[in-house]
Design a protein around this ligand. Structure first.
Ligand code: 3SK
Length: 517
């Protein structure tokens, strides 16, 4: 596809596509519907409200919101004004948000009422100040300086014109976590959104305006952003949004009870496994699914086969990254090989490189590099990590893959120590150092182990200090109190000592071997 020329504003691009049929349903969230016309009007009002509050083009705004209509209104409103939304995970700690506020130097925050306490706790930990805080669906009286989102929208003049942005300038940020150090502010352009919609949303999934899309992955994930905003809005489809956690029952209710039942569902392998194990799994006739997509971790063939047997539709497995914004290797409808991630998405080049930097032969494992038009510009303020990851047009993913003689790619693990648990990165080092803050813990090592379904779960091996007692439940609670709850180890085993090299380095591979015996 030929990209649009300058100026390019992704929000205006979407609004212009649907202006003649503003009554069409864009979103349905837990409170009700929002048409394409209302989406444009509200986003332009939000743009006007931020501008009136003094937020200027290119400045950052923290977007800390649950999946409701106000999320796309906020994201597109910022883009429309050339303001840069920094969309963040809603499950993090106050310490994480304090870092993100300081690092992004956000001038304003758009926050769900239910998440306001975390934002306030973050602000109490930093000297960084926000000029403007707009609260979506407040749950009580607002603190000084905060204003209800609805009040701000009602009082605002809609922005009259889109900012004359170019496709290549910073459009928005997402944070990406690494095995060590703070999360990295991944800077994406306005045009990167357009590319992912063309190459994957239309090119692979073939979404159309007749689809109703529903993503278990939330909008703040790169995966969810494509699934529930970029792709459906690029073709005039309708999107179901859900604020609560994507438990099997919560998903089943949306599959079966809505007037417009989802036709395309986007999930991760752990979620599909949980649904298949649920006693409430709906009957095939109760759902309207025509296709599912999976990413986040490799989809075991058995899960996909059981799902297909039940619902008659394929799960299209693919791999993407925050750095590439969305999926770059994928199966495709009509060409699905379960157990494999499929083939490169047209528009992306893939290389698997050996330790000598050369491409490996078919069937050999190599480090995955991707070249394509949706790569991020950089990690904000982090030259070293930017250079390590974005190498002359190629992006290093940190995954290991092999490609067979037919051109199908199969996941072969990570090249760093990161774990993907339920589709979300967890750094074993962060969990280990938290465990070691407990007064009874001498040492800890965290690895990923496969569960009965073949999906990765974290397991910690802990050495207690001499004469000290602490049990598994206490340590799990200890980690949950200090880190985002999803990072706690699902299993803890107490051992006398950790296997180490002569120089004292922990041999995690020995712990993995021990698990596989
Ligand atoms: O985890 C993935 O495979 C993924 C897919 C799409 C976008 C972002 C990510 C991390």
């Amino acid at each position: 596809p030929t990209p649009p020329g300058a100026p390019f504003n992704f929000a205006e691009h979407l609004f212009a596509l649907h202006r003649r049929r503003g009554d069409r349903l864009a979103y349905i969230d837990d409170r009700g519907p929002l048409s394409y016309g209302q989406l444009e009007q509200r986003a332009r009002r939000l743009a006007g409200a931020l501008q009136a509050a003094g937020v200027r083009r290119e400045e950052r705004v923290l977007l800390l919101m649950l999946d409701t209509h106000d999320w796309p209104v906020s994201f597109l409103g910022c883009l429309y004004a050339g303001i840069v939304p920094v969309a963040v995970n809603t499950l993090l700690t106050a310490d994480d948000y304090a870092y993100m506020l300081e690092h992004s130097r956000a001038q304003a925050a758009l926050v769900s009422g239910a998440l306001l306490p975390q934002l306030q706790a973050a602000l109490a930990r930093t000297t960084h100040r926000l000029d403007t805080v707009l609260v979506s669906q407040p749950t009580g009286a607002l603190p000084d300086g905060a204003q209800a989102f609805e009040t701000a929208l009602a009082a605002a003049q809609p922005a009259a014109q889109p900012a004359t942005t170019t496709g290549d300038e910073p459009g928005f940020w997402l944070y990406s976590s690494g095995s060590t150090g703070r999360p990295k502010g991944t800077v994406h352009t306005q045009l990167n959104l357009w590319w992912t919609a063309e190459l994957y949303g239309k090119g692979v999934l073939g979404l159309t305006e007749r689809d109703v899309c529903f993503s278990a992955a939330k909008l703040y994930f790169a995966y969810g952003l494509g699934n529930a905003l970029t792709f459906p809005l690029s073709v005039g489809a309708c999107v179901v949004l859900m604020a609560e956690r994507p438990t099997p029952d919560a998903v089943f209710r949306r599959w079966t009870e809505l007037q417009c039942r989802p036709t395309v569902f986007f999930g991760a392998p752990t979620g599909f496994a949980g649904m298949l194990a649920s006693p409430n799994l709906p009957a095939r006739e109760a759902v309207a699914l025509r296709m599912c997509s999976s990413a986040g971790e490799a989809l075991p063939a058995e899960i996909a086969e059981r799902f297909k047997a039940r619902f008659g539709c394929d799960i299209i497995d693919g791999i993407g990254s925050t750095e590439m914004l969305h999926v770059f290797i994928s199966n495709r409808p009509g060409d699905v090989r379960y157990g494999s991630t499929g083939k490169p998405v047209a528009g992306y080049d893939i290389e698997l490189r050996g330790e000598d930097g050369r491409c490996v032969a078919p069937g050999e494992i190599g480090d995955l590099y991707i070249r394509g038009p949706s790569a991020a510009l950089m990690y904000w303020g982090n030259r070293e990590k930017t250079r390590e990851t974005f190498q002359g047009g190629w992006t290093k993913s940190g995954d290991k893959y092999l490609c067979d003689a037919d051109g199908y790619y199969t996941y072969a693990g990570r090249s760093d120590d990161m774990l993907k648990v339920s589709g979300i990165y967890v750094s074993p080092f962060e969990v280990e150092s938290t465990l070691m803050q407990h007064p009874a813990v001498l040492e800890a090592a965290v690895i990923g182990t496969p569960d009965a379904e073949g999906l990765t779960k974290t397991k910690a091996f802990v050495v207690r200090k001499d004469g000290q007692q602490v049990d598994e439940a206490t340590l799990k609670a200890f980690v949950k109190e200090r880190l985002a709850a999803y990072k706690y180890p699902r299993q803890i085993e107490f051992i006398a000592e950790l296997p180490k090299t002569a120089t004292g380095k922990i041999q995690r591979f020995r712990l993995r071997e021990r698990e596989n015996q």
